[in-house]
Design a protein around this ligand. Sequence first.
Ligand SMILES: Cc1ncc(COP(=O)(O)O)c(C=O)c1O
Length: 394
Amino acid sequence: MTLTRADRKLLRGLRRPVAPAAFSLVTEWERRISGYTGVPHAVAVNSGRQGMRLILEYLGIGRGDEVVIPAYTLASLVPLIRETGAVPVPADIDPDTLNVTPDHVMSRVTPRTRAVMLLHAFGSPAPAKETAEKLAPRGIPLIEDCAHAFGARRNGLSVGGFGYARFFSFEPNKPLSGLGGGMVVSHDPGLTSHIRNHMERLPLDPRTVWRKADAVRREQFLAATGLAWLPLMLLSWPATGRWIRRIYRGAQPVPSSMARFHPVQAALGLRRLDEFEASLERRRRVAARLSAALPRGVRPQAVLPGGEPSWYFFVVRLPQPAEPVRRHMLWRYGIDAAVGEEVADDCARLLGWWDCPHTASAYACCMALPLWEGMSDHAVERVTRALERSMSCT
Ligand SMILES: Cc1ncc(COP(=O)(O)O)c(C=O)c1O
């Protein structure tokens, strides 16, 4: 995300007291997201994680219950599920699509399963319809984690329409950003009014939005001045990388359950929503060019038939461990790619389950290559050539 002059003008609104009429912007933001996704009820929350937590709370999930989650997902979802008293149970992924499969999910379902969570990993649609159909006879609700997937479609329909509920994230690096915040979308008006009642009791806290704006400005500055290389070098080296990652994750704003979604965030999101389809189309074209230029043996994340990803990340699987290749690309060619937990966590291993081999191999061998909207053919060639050479040198 980059902050434009118009964004900075909107951000000045954070300094002023909020007039009650300003909340009509939040209502408009909810209406537009509901219209875009084709699901009737939407409610703005302060983060995707807060949305997930409130869905679990509404479903009455608690001690003694199990929630099936993808083994390859964000680790910080696990403590939030545990906070409810429930046990997260990881399901392995398909080695090509990097998404869970209905069979892997069903193999984890027990009489204690109270919900299943499915992620559209990196914006590529997961088999939500097939999974929801298998769960329906058992009355188990499917929650779709659409944090990566705003704009993704399957068979012409926006992702998130098959499960009981879904949540989006609008963090600065997500396909659609409102400087943080999230949205819960559902066919159940009871769920969204429960969440709305909860949100309306919380105070506004403009400091969390300021902090995110500052982080975006800092990143813009580091990239523009070329100073980003130092933290990136430290990140790519095993001894210092662990330490930098810990600082980075610690500094990521914790999903505040104490603050309400701010109307300024709605204004920022609405501006971007107007340009969203054009921006998605540009990312789609770049992704097609990257896919066509990949070196032999490197496989892009497979897309299910009928799937149209949001291209949050462009993830490829290497025929070898990705970490040394990434380090060589950065040190030799100055190209930054993400690997390991910067892509997604091996939650099965973190939870002590050792029977998710596809997740373990994705964690070791997957890499997210740089992809940005205005990426030129020259940049595509530079990235793919650096990848090819780095693979042969490591
Ligand atoms: C897979 C996944 N789920 C959920 C979230 C939560 O989103 P938020 O940061 O808005 O809480 C993220 C955030 O990156 C994510 O990667």
